[in-house]
Design a protein around this ligand. Structure first.
Ligand SMILES: [Zn+2]
Ligand SMILES: [Zn+2]
Length: 90
């Protein structure tokens, strides 16, 4: 998600939708643009993805990261491009 991406959706119908079984916490919650049927952002219940716009130290992509907590409650970032694992963005 970046400036130009969001800019395309100015004035559009933005909705928050969820996916999953009835009467349970939704598995997935997404911000979607109804006007152009695009997912703006989504978050899975047990996973947390984040795009930092930061360069991965391993593959040098501006990757998206899956974020988990380790035993000490520290965030661990997994680069989705190369699986590199780091905690440097804390
Ligand atoms: Zn749109
Ligand atoms: Zn990487």
């Amino acid at each position: 998600m970046d400036y130009d991406f969001l800019r395309q959706h100015i004035g559009h119908e933005i909705v928050i939708v969820c996916y999953g079984g009835e009467n349970e916490d939704p598995e997935n919650i997404a911000i979607e643009c109804e006007t152009c049927s695009t997912v703006i952002a989504d978050v899975h219940k047990d996973e947390h993805y984040e795009k930092h716009g930061l360069e991965c130290p391993s593959c040098l992509n501006e990757s998206e990261y899956m974020i988990e907590k380790d035993d000490d409650g520290k965030k661990v970032y997994h680069c989705l491009e190369c699986d590199y694992e780091c905690s440097m963005f804390n």
